[in-house]
Every structure is written in C-alpha cells, then in structure tokens.
Ligand binder design. Sequence first.
Ligand SMILES: Cc1cc2nc3c(=O)[nH]c(=O)nc-3n(C[C@H](O)[C@H](O)[C@H](O)COP(=O)(O)O)c2cc1C
Length: 399
Amino acid sequence: MSTTLADSPRTGALLPPLRFGQHVVDVPVVLAPMAGVTNAPFRSLCREHGAGVYVSEMVTSRALVERTPESLRLVQHEPGASPRSVQLYGVDPATVGAAVRMLVEEDLADHVDLNFGCPVPKVTRRGGGSALPWKSGLFRDVVRAAVRAAQTSSGPDVPVTVKMRKGIDPDHLTYLDAGRTAEAEGAAWVALHGRTAADGYAGTADWEAIARLKEAVTSIPVLGNGDIWSAEDAVRMVGRSGCDGVVVGRGCLGRPWLFADLAAALQGRPERVRPGLREATATLRRHAELLVEHFGDELRGCREIRKHVAWYLKGYVVGGHMRAQLGLVDTLAALDALIATLDLDQPHPGEAAEGSRGRTSPAPRVVLPEGWLDSRELTGASLEVVRAGELDPSATAGG
Ligand SMILES: Cc1cc2nc3c(=O)[nH]c(=O)nc-3n(C[C@H](O)[C@H](O)[C@H](O)COP(=O)(O)O)c2cc1C
C-alpha cells in the first residue's frame, strides 16, 4: 500500500521516499499524532494536500482491547486512507501486544506508532509516554511485544514505529539508547521530538539531538520532529540533522495546506499555498462539516471546530468580536452566517499568518511514579505502578 505522487517530478527531491514495512511513501512527511486534533476529519483535509503519512490521535491500548466506544472511534479512518496509521499508548507489553494484535487481525491499521513522548501528568505518573524509555527493559519489552504482535502469517507484517522525546530532563536522557533498542527490536522508524518531557513545548526544539540519533541509528529511518512551522523549516531540519523525514505537528493547525508546501519543498519545487480569507474560511467550513459527520452530532462537531478557529484566522483582519463569535458557534448555519459577514476578498496576509501556533508552554513539572528515577530497571514500587496504570483505561490524553 503506498501513496504516490505519480505526476510529480522526482528530480530535485531532497530525500528519497520513506520506506517502512511494505509501505513506500514518496514524500517523507508525517502528520504528528495530536490528541483532540488529528482525528479522521483533520487527517482527510491534510491528506488532500500532501502525500505523506497521517497518524491518528493516541489510543490507549487497554481501552482498545476493552473496546470502549471512544477508542473504537479513534481508530476510524478517513475514506481512502493509505496507509492507515494508528498511534498506541501503553505501559504493559502484554496489553500493547494484544492491542496491536487486535488492530492487525481486525484489519484496523496498516501501521502502528508507539507513543513514548507524552509528557502530561496523567500519563507519566503511570510510567507511560515520555517516562517509559527510562526503564530500558520495559521499553524493549513493549517494542518487542508490539513488533511480534504485528507479524502476520498471511501477508506483510504491519510496521511498528517509535515516537519519543529526548528523555525526561537534561540529566535523564534516553533517546540514543531507546533508538538503538527500537532498531534492534524491529521498529520500522524512530521519530524524535527534540525536547525533553521537562521542556514541555517551551523553547526551541533541539535539532542537534536528531543529528546525534541519526548517527546512532543506522539501519532504519530517523525522523525529526519539533518546530517545523513552514516548508522552509523542514528543509532546514533535514539539512542540519540529516534526518530521513519530518514529523509535523502544531505547524499545520489551521492550515492543512502546509502539507502541499512540505511536499513541494522536499521535492525541490518553489510553489507555496497562500490562501486568501475566502479559501481559508472555506477549509474551516469543510473541516466543521467533516467533524459534524464524524461525530454524528452537530453540536459536538461545532464544539470541536471552535478550537481551530483562531488558528485558521491567524494573520487575517478579523475583529476580536467576530473571532469570539466564531469561537462559540453551535450550528453549521451559524458558522456560515458569520463567515458571510467577513471581508472574504482579503489576500493571504503573508508573515502574519505564519509562525508558531498551539502550545508553547513548559511542562509545569514532570510527574513520575515514586522512585522512578532511582534505577533504570523496573522493580518494586515502580513495577506495581505500571501494572496498576495499565488497568486504567481512562488515561487517554495527548502528548
Ligand atoms: C494538542 C497536541 C496533542 C498532542 N497529542 C499527541 C499524541 O497523542 N501523541 C504523541 O505522540 N504526541 C502528541 N503531541 C506531540 C506532537 O505529536 C509533536 O511531537 C509535538 O507537538 C512537537 O512537534 P511540533 O513542534 O511540530 O508541534 C501532541 C501535541 C499537541 C500540541
């Protein structure tokens, strides 16, 4: 299964296609999993503009195995999605393995990404997300269980990939060990967000660390993540780190067309999408409609679109009152009525529409299980916390 840009020239491409498992993706660009954002409607919009890999929101392994309605919604894919990428979170190898098995046997995914980057307290206090690679044996066992469960007798194995941060804080870095372990255990790529858990989203991502990981992991693609706000940033990251592809999160909030820019830039083409307000609001409107369809509930879909409004309007001249009204819409008709009052002939505002968006704050404090940092082995109280954590299917939060 592959995504191709058959009619795009490959001459001038900055990077070769991204190969993982049986997939060959011409443009090595990945939409970063973002809880509450990268649902099927948003992935659809991004996919229309680019030719990369578009990953679901994180799904908790335990909740998936228990078939909670929310986890089954999270693994729904947009029509025509290929490959279908699901991100799993889990702390117990057996449960992660069972979740991967379910995805493979029930044909719910063509690619599974494992979350080792989430810094939010309700995840790290259970030893999950960005806390987990510190326990090196547990990390190895989770990756091993996932890779084994993704093997099939009837067709190609489903590739399992790893997404991680640099470590917990500057004194507890794990990414080089974890990268080598993931490679040895059969992961199909490793992606590094160049921040520690303690960094949260503050400061600038450390692209040097991506270069170090690229030196350490030599037989599978190393993808770089963090602070790609434009296609030019992606080109710079590739140049500075030598990474094999890029993972883009916040930069595409309110502008799914960034994937067209990324595809063009990585193929050496100069064109960039610069929508005027009419096109930007048309995409916002379609996003809202897809959300309403996806949730099967107009109010829910409209509530979901509210958080995207400011991102779509960044840089355009739209007054504060109108922005506030748009941030309260509860029907598609109300959204249409408000959009109709805007000066839709405005051209793209240039730099004002660019730059950072979304979270930028540090993690308030990395919350870890008692004694977690005392040893890299999983023993005693830490072991109990991990076991208990996996039993709680409510730990669905973003990273
Ligand atoms: C709202 C939000 C939700 C996120 N949810 C997840 C998630 O579910 N899984 C994950 O691995 N990372 C998650 N992340 C982290 C992103 O995937 C990405 O690593 C991070 O934003 C850095 O990339 P960026 O600078 O391109 O945004 C989330 C980030 C944001 C802003």
